[in-house]
Design a protein around this ligand. Structure first.
Ligand SMILES: Cc1ncc(COP(=O)(O)O)c(C=O)c1O
Length: 441
């Protein structure tokens, strides 16, 4: 078969790849050159089934016409407009759409360019909000062990993944961490685990230690993705909300992964019925096609800044590309695709099938836990003694050879396919992964 292959550069040295084993990759490169719907095409012309929606972001699948057209049209019409002191219609239209689909209480949108920037933005807004209200002593930020909030300094400070923190100095001062919620007694749980709501009470201990009046915000992923897919125990998020509200502490949900349908609802806040004060988003906002993030805030937070003379800037924060016109067009095309194809409801509908399929891997070699929710799942492997992460990385390489893209974090295989996935493709993921698990050491 004649293949229309793209040339591959023969010198891979210059590009220092992010979160990648650079030397291993460059010795045996894995290159994607095209993508459509559920599949990538590799440089050697193979089809690879996307089991991870890119990096948890291509929720509508790849090369979707509405998004492609929106970007092309916008690039030819208004390529860029200054983000400060000037506007363009799409930024306002998109903000209104986001507020319409967001959980109750989210009424304003601040644009960023990534999940990491959304996190920094939310943390800064939290600090500035308290100061605007005359509570400038609220400077402490509380994250959680194993939390992933991107890679910027605020995010790694409140984050709790040691490799992302330990090489980067002293980080932000005044940060504390809740314990993670990954309890061994919850192994093999389908959906929300039974045990662990009490871990939210640790916030009371932290508040008592520092004085609740010094704490600005608590940030958590309602379902923690990048650390290995950890579900919130039943009652946990409700308890966090109760305690934060009692002490006047803001609650930020980092929904960079859970936003835009992953759990079968627009947002995890809606899925779990818990209302935070701010929500950070990115990824699925533009289907991963153009970098963009957004922070959603309550009216109370926004309105606290709207004081003083009209000509003064209220919040000294923003990015050159906040609300970039092409990013806004991509986001609007994405939201239209989600709505027209009913993709969030589709994820909810497929979730039970996904759950059963995934848990059928229970008896494969070295599998020590499987967990799932919506269209997300994790298969946790026992680490090889003395070589943690190696078994899962071998599984990743083998899956790629067999035409399946998975993601690994530590010794956990994380799966989060596009929401357009068909049942037959769920079977394909599970069958391929089953073979992989039989074959890896
Ligand atoms: C919960 C969460 N927050 C923040 C981020 C960082 O997003 P980005 O890589 O776009 O900066 C991620 C990325 O996976 C994430 O999962």
């Amino acid at each position: 078969m004649a293949l229309d292959l793209k040339p591959i550069p023969n010198d891979l040295r210059a590009f220092w790849m992010p979160f990648t084993a650079n030397r291993q990759f460059k010795a045996a490169p894995r290159m994607f050159v095209a993508a459509e719907n559920m599949h990538y095409t590799t440089a050697d012309g193979r089809q690879v089934l996307d089991g991870t929606a890119g990096l948890w972001c291509c929720n509508a699948g790849h090369k979707r016409p509405k998004i492609v057209e929106a970007i092309q049209r916008q690039a030819a019409e208004l390529d860029y407009a200054p983000a400060f002191q000037m506007g363009h219609p799409l930024a306002f239209e998109l903000a209104n759409r986001l507020v319409d689909m967001a959980p109750e209480g989210m009424e304003h949108v601040f644009y960023t360019n990534s999940g990491s920037e959304s996190v920094e933005t939310a943390l800064k807004i939290a600090l500035a909000y308290h100061r605007a209200r005359g509570e400038g002593q609220r400077t402490r930020l509380i994250g959680r062990e194993r939390g992933y909030h991107g890679v910027n300094f605020g995010g790694i400070s409140v984050g709790g993944i040691v490799n992302n923190r330990k090489n980067f100095g002293t980080l932000l001062a005044g940060v504390d961490h809740l314990p993670h919620t990954h309890l061994p007694e919850n192994a093999w749980t389908k959906g929300q685990p039974e045990h662990g709501a009490h871990l939210a009470d640790e916030l009371e201990r932290i508040a008592a230690l520092h004085g609740p009046e010094t704490i600005a915000a608590v940030i958590v992923e309602p379902m923690a993705g990048s650390t290995g897919v950890l579900m919130p125990p039943k009652g946990y998020l409700e308890r966090l909300r109760e305690i934060t509200r009692k002490h006047g502490i803001l609650l930020i949900f980092d929904e960079v992964i859970t936003g835009f349908g992953r759990l079968g609802s627009s947002f995890a806040a809606e899925h779990f019925g818990v209302q935070p004060d701010m929500i950070t988003t990115a990824k699925g906002l533009t289907n991963g096609v153009i970098p963009m993030g957004a922070v959603l805030t309550s009216a109370e937070i926004h309105d606290a800044f709207m004081h003083g003379p009209d000509h003064l800037i209220e919040l000294f924060h923003g990015y050159t590309y906040s609300g970039n016109p092409i990013a806004c067009a991509a986001a609007l095309g994405t939201l239209e695709t989600y709505a027209e194809e009913g993709l969030f409801a589709r994820a909810a509908e497929l979730a039970p099938y996904w759950e059963e399929a995934l848990h059928s891997l229970r008896d494969k070699p070295n599998v020590i836990d499987i967990r799932n929710m919506g269209l997300i799942g994790a298969v946790e492997l026992a680490p090889i003694a003395g070589a943690p992460t190696k078994r899962a990385f071998s599984a990743f390489l083998k899956a790629y050879e067999k035409g399946l893209l998975i993601r690994t974090t530590g010794d956990i295989i994380a799966l989060s396919p596009p929401l357009i996935i068909e049942r037959g493709q769920i079977d394909e993921i599970v069958d391929t992964l089953g073979e992989v698990l039989e074959e890896v050491e």
